[in-house]
Ligand binder design. Sequence first.
Ligand code: NAP
Length: 314
Amino acid sequence: MKNIKYCFPLIALFLFNIIGQVNAQEKKVNIPTIKLNNGLEMPQFGLGTFNTPSNEVAKEAVLVAFRSGYRHVDTAHAYNNESAIGEAIKESGIPREELWITSKLWPSDYANGNTLESINKMLERLQTDYIDLLYIHQPVGNYEEAWIEMEKAVASGKVRSLGISNFDATDEGFHAIVDNMKIKPVAMQIECHPYAQRKNVQEKLKSYGIAQECWYPLGSGNKDLLADPVIKKIADSHGKTTAQIIIRWHIQEGFSVIPGATNPDYIKENISIFDFALSDDEMTAMRSLNKEKRFFNMTYEQVKEMATNWVLED
Ligand code: NAP
């Protein structure tokens, strides 16, 4: 009986976990979906997880996101946080079919016939039986052979959709996959934000029925973009932040958008964009900001070198 006081913290922790799980399941946000060219519906908005400073931070960010209503998470083998995200998925208690999990194969994953083994390891790290969308991360190395192996993973149910990432860097790579492969990419990930709206790529993707998913949607947190006076004026008139206006602009352009955040306040702020809309005039003002100014400025040659030297978790 006298030991009962030692039980209280454990009971409290147990209840906290239960409440946490229920909260993760109960917070409902009506996130629109994009109908992909394979018929699947992908939540148009999700959490990006590039550059998370540690596995603990990555896991906590995903848990905060789930509790705030996010159901779509974007990761990659190269981010070295898939195992943390796998833990968050498991701990959240959210039924797997309510989540949309995207990951990406790095060039070393598709070298020397490694693709299927790499996908198996990815599933283990993410603690899941399937990935909703699997991208080829870079148009580097033997991506055509890898794609054929990825098609086998779709056939066996380990992957539901395939996508290409950064294939705006090479027309040859884009057409090798889009024109010649049995399974068409459902989406292409590219850098895109109000200062680099990627008009040419937009048109190209539309003509092929491929969804555009935007990375660096906030310009990687660029201060000038987030303080832009045109965006600020729109933000003030809606009682929103500039980041929220930018994300809302992505949504109304029809892009899929995956802002990255580890700060819990930003995570919550970024999803609070489904209770207002930008007018036609505001959309025109946002479009007028385009100067095709990218924030990621590595050349294709430099990306090839980076792909060779990147260190990956097992
Ligand atoms: P981003 O979303 O444009 O910006 C992230 C930065 O903005 C972080 O520093 C974040 O801060 C900050 N931020 C987030 N919300 C904010 C807010 N409401 N107010 C002010 N600052 C805010 O850039 P990203 O994360 O690099 O890109 C998005 C996702 O795209 C990535 O996370 C990744 O999943 C994917 N991606 C893919 C590729 C590819 O090659 N396919 C390349 C890059 C990124 P805190 O971290 O401090 O919260």
